[in-house]
Design a protein around this ligand. Structure first.
Ligand code: NAD
Length: 299
């Protein structure tokens, strides 16, 4: 495997599960020293241990990164351990309730703001002094929902639109200090969120997810991590302020197009990364899990 992140130090928030686990493992394979950062109940130490057992370098950091004090502690521990910081991945996020806005709880709204928006704000703010020293970069998780909006979880789409505009604004501001900032916009990805057993989706929604994108299936977490790897690496030296969609074309699809996709596209690539927590996610704090059938009928 090519060592595209040799000598780089990266923090990945939400690194214990799903896409974050894949980013941590991908970055470690590429030679980065990785801080697997997540909530106290997340399996961050497990992911760090797996990386270390395979010859990589990593440690787990447990904390609520929506609190500036804990975000600062994460940066301090990274500097104390690895001496510098080159890459911040703002991947942490939650998808807690599916409801019409008339029924949507204020508690879920606040929770979404805290974990999707404030994590990005606190971690970026705390990391920037270090990233300015190394001429590093930030990559933030947006979403197709941050571009299109999403029915029956309107606040979620709003938080992802915030992350997108916030990170583009940072790119404009931080070029003066040598820091690149970009956004990745995943479509439906094969994590806890997109399975009826572990997330807020019912059977029909699961099925319609793959019908609504041009390639006829969900992406693997690794397929998203591949794009993070490119943006984090020096190969992306002229890329800043960009939004890279990894959505199987869902943002340009019109109607149920997935069934028409070539069989070649419909087959998920063989995983190279062993993900243990890919479909565990943050499901235990989900506030309600009402079906989103209407949204997918609308698509
Ligand atoms: N899965 C999808 O289909 C999809 C689609 C579009 C965007 N995304 C985005 O990708 C990112 C990862 O999603 P995933 O599907 O891998 O979900 P996931 O639940 O597996 O991962 C999210 C992680 O973030 C952690 N986290 C949440 N709040 C935190 C906080 N305050 N401090 C520290 N850690 C915190 C969670 O505990 C969890 O481990 C999210 O930002 C999500 O919005 C996912």
């Amino acid at each position: 495997m090519e060592r595209r992140l040799e000598n780089k130090v990266a923090i990945v928030t939400g690194g214990g599960t799903g896409i974050g686990e894949a980013i941590c493992k991908k970055f470690a394979q590429a030679g980065a020293k990785v801080v697997v950062a997540g909530l106290p109940e997340d399996p961050v130490d497990d992911v760090a241990r797996e990386i270390t057992e395979k010859g990589g370098i990593a440690f787990g950091f447990q904390g609520d990164l929506s609190l500036l004090s804990e975000a600062r502690a994460c940066i301090s521990e990274t500097i104390a351990t690895f001496g510098k910081l080159d890459i911040l991945v703002n991947n942490a996020g939650v998808f807690v309730e599916t409801n019409y806005l008339t029924d949507y709880s204020e508690e879920a709204f606040d929770y979404m703001i805290k974990n999707n928006i404030k994590t990005t704000f606190c971690m970026s703010k705390a990391a920037l002094p270090e990233l300015q020293k190394t001429k590093g970069n930030i990559i933030t998780a947006g979403s197709e929902a941050g571009v299109l909006g999403i029915a029956k979880n309107t606040p979620y789409g709003g938080t992802k639109a915030f992350n997108t505009a916030f990170t583009k604004g940072l790119a404009a501001e931080q070029a003066a200090f040598g820091v690149r900032c970009n956004v990745v916009g995943p479509g439906p990805i094969d994590t806890a969120w997109t399975h009826k057993e572990t997330g807020p989706m019912d059977e029909q929604m699961e099925k319609t997810n793959s019908q609504a994108n041009l390639l006829g299936r969900n992406a693997t977490p690794e397929e998203v991590a591949n794009v993070y790897l490119f943006l984090a690496s020096d190969e992306a030296s002229y890329v800043t302020g960009a939004l890279y969609m990894v959505d199987g074309g869902i943002t340009i699809a019109k109607g149920a197009v997935g069934e028409q996709a070539d069989e070649f596209f419909k087959k998920q690539p063989a995983d190279n990364l062993e993900l243990k927590h890919g479909k565990e996610g943050h499901t235990r704090i989900r506030l309600s899990a009402k079906p989103m059938v209407e949204y997918y009928e609308y698509l």
